[in-house]
Design a protein around this ligand. Structure first.
Ligand SMILES: Cc1cc2nc3c(=O)[nH]c(=O)nc-3n(C[C@H](O)[C@H](O)[C@H](O)COP(=O)(O)OP(=O)(O)OC[C@H]3O[C@@H](n4cnc5c(N)ncnc54)[C@H](O)[C@@H]3O)c2cc1C
Ligand code: FES
Length: 358
C-alpha cells in the first residue's frame, strides 16, 4: 500500500541502520500529517478505499457511507462503549469494510482527531452484518486517554485497516493461550479462531490486580479451562502467568503450541520457559508503529537474526527467535517525550476546563 503521490517514501525514508527509529516528531504529529498530506483524502483514502472498492458490487447499500467519506466527513462512529476495568474500555465502531475483511490477528491504525497521533489497535471482533468492529483499549498515554474521552455517538477521525498478517491458525491439538493485561483482548480473536480450527485450549489470563485480568467469560467460551493469575493475589492464583504455564507444561495436558500476548517482559518470560520444553510459541509484538505499511521503519524487530517489520511481516512471530532485549530498548525510545506530551495534554485539558471549553 504505497501512497500514489510518493508522500510517505519521500518523507519517511527507512532509517539507515537497524537501530534507527523515526524521530519523535516523525512518530507523532508532523509525520502523521505528512503521511496524510492530502488531508482527509490522503493515503488512507487513496489506499484503503481503492482496496475496498473491489468489494463494492456486494455492498451497494454501503454507498451512502462511501459518499460520506468522499465528502471528507468522519464516518467511524462509536456505536457503543463499555468500561471493562478502570482504565480499559471496549468500543464498538462503525467500519463496515474493515468488518467484512478482518481476520484474527489483524489490527487497525487510528487517529482520534485531525492532526493526532496514529496508534495501532487489534481488531478484537467484528460483526460484518452490523458493519462494526470491536476494539478494547487500555488508556495509558496521550492518545488512548483522548480516545477514552469520546462518547457513544461521537466519531473517530480515521480507522485504517485491516493491517498486519492474519495469525497462522493450525490444528495443533492442544494449545495454551496466555494473555497479560489488555493483551488478553488481543488474544481473544486468536483463541476463538484456534477453537474453531478444532484445538483444545487451556487459557491463562493474568493481571497486576483483579481488574486487569479481563475477559474471563469470553475466554471461557472457547477454552477447556481458564486459569487466572494476579500479581497481588486479589483474584485467582497469586503469581505470574508463567507459574501457571509451567504447571500446564509439566502436567499431562499434551500442550503442543503456546500463543502469548501481553507486556514485552511477560512474552519474553513465556518464550524463555517454553524454549526449555521445546514447545512452539507465537507472540504478537507491540512494536512502535507509525504508518503500519512497512514504510517508516519504526516497528523494526530482530527475529532469528533477521530484520523484520512487525506491521507487515507480523505482528506475530516465533517467540524463540525474537530479540526481546533489543525490542524493549527500542520501545523505551520515546518514553520521556510521551510522558511530557501526556502531561501537556492534561495541562491543556485543565486549562480548557477552566475556560469552560472542555
Ligand atoms: C499491533 C499492535 C496492536 C495493539 N493492540 C492494542 C490493543 O488492542 N489494545 C491496547 O490497549 N493497546 C494495543 N496496542 C498498544 C497501543 O498501540 C499503545 O498502547 C498506544 O499506542 C499508546 O499510545 P498513547 O499515546 O496512549 O500512549 P503513549 O504515552 O504515547 O505511549 C505509551 C506506550 O505505548 C506504546 N506506544 C506508543 N505509541 C505507540 C505506537 N505508535 N505504536 C505502538 N506502540 C506505541 C509504547 O510502548 C509507549 O511507551 C497495540 C500495539 C500494536 C503494535
Ligand atoms: S514500518 Fe512503519 S509501522 Fe511498520
Amino acid at each position: 500500500m504505497i501512497c500514489p503521490n510518493g508522500g510517505i517514501s519521500a518523507v519517511l525514508r527507512p532509517p539507515k541502520n537497524k537501530n534507527s527509529l523515526p524521530t519523535f516528531g516523525q512518530k507523532s504529529h508532523s509525520a502523521q500529517k505528512l503521511i496524510l498530506k492530502n488531508g482527509d483524502f490522503g493515503c488512507f483514502l487513496q489506499n484503503s478505499v481503492a482496496q475496498w472498492l473491489t468489494c463494492l458490487p456486494a455492498v451497494g447499500i454501503l454507498n451512502n457511507w462511501l459518499v460520506t467519506i468522499a465528502k471528507g466527513k468522519s464516518v467511524f462512529r462509536i456505536v457503543a462503549k463499555q468500561q471493562l476495568a478502570p482504565t480499559i474500555t471496549k468500543y464498538i465502531i462503525e467500519a463496515p469494510f474493515i468488518a467484512r475483511k478482518r481476520k484474527a490477528g489483524n489490527f487497525v491504525i487510528i487517529r482520534v482527531m485531525e492532526g493526532g497521533e496514529r496508534i495501532p489497535l487489534t481488531i478484537v471482533d467484528s460483526d460484518p452484518a452490523a458493519g462494526t468492529i470491536t476494539l478494547i483499549v487500555q488508556a495509558i498515554g496521550k492518545t488512548t486517554k483522548l480516545l477514552a474521552t469520546k462518547r457513544e455517538g461521537e466519531f473517530i477521525k480515521d480507522v485504517l485497516g485491516p493491517l498486519g498478517n492474519p495469525t497462522p491458525i493450525n490444528n495443533h491439538g492442544t494449545v495454551a493461550c496466555v494473555g497479560g493485561g489488555v493483551g488478553t483482548a488481543e488474544l481473544l480473536p486468536i483463541a476463538k479462531a484456534l477453537y474453531v480450527a478444532g484445538n483444545t485450549i487451556y487459557s491463562i489470563i493474568g493481571g497486576r490486580t483483579r481488574e486487569l485480568a479481563i475477559l474471563e467469560e469470553e475466554m471461557k467460551s472457547c477454552s477447556q479451562e481458564v486459569y487466572v493469575t494476579t500479581d497481588d493475589g486479589s483474584y485467582g492464583r497469586k503469581g505470574l502467568v508463567t507459574d501457571q504455564l509451567k504447571d500446564l507444561l509439566d502436567g499431562d495436558f499434551g500442550i503442543k503450541a503456546v500463543y502469548a500476548i501481553g507486556p514485552l517482559p511477560m512474552m519474553k518470560a513465556v518464550a524463555n520457559l517454553t524454549r526449555q520444553y521445546n514447545v512452539h510459541t507465537l507472540v504478537s509484538l507491540n512494536a512502535i508503529m507509525v504508518d503500519g505499511t512497512g514504510m517508516c521503519g519504526g516497528c523494526r524487530v530482530s527475529v532469528g537474526g533477521e530484520m523484520k517489520f512487525a506491521c507487515v511481516d507480523g505482528p506475530e512471530f516465533d517467540a524463540h527467535l525474537v530479540d526481546f532485549d533489543e525490542m524493549i530498548m527500542r520501545n523505551r525510545t520515546y518514553i520521556d517525550l510521551e510522558k511530557e506530551s501526556d502531561h501537556r495534554c492534561n495541562v491543556y485539558k485543565q486549562a480548557d476546563a477552566m475556560e469552560g471549553v472542555a
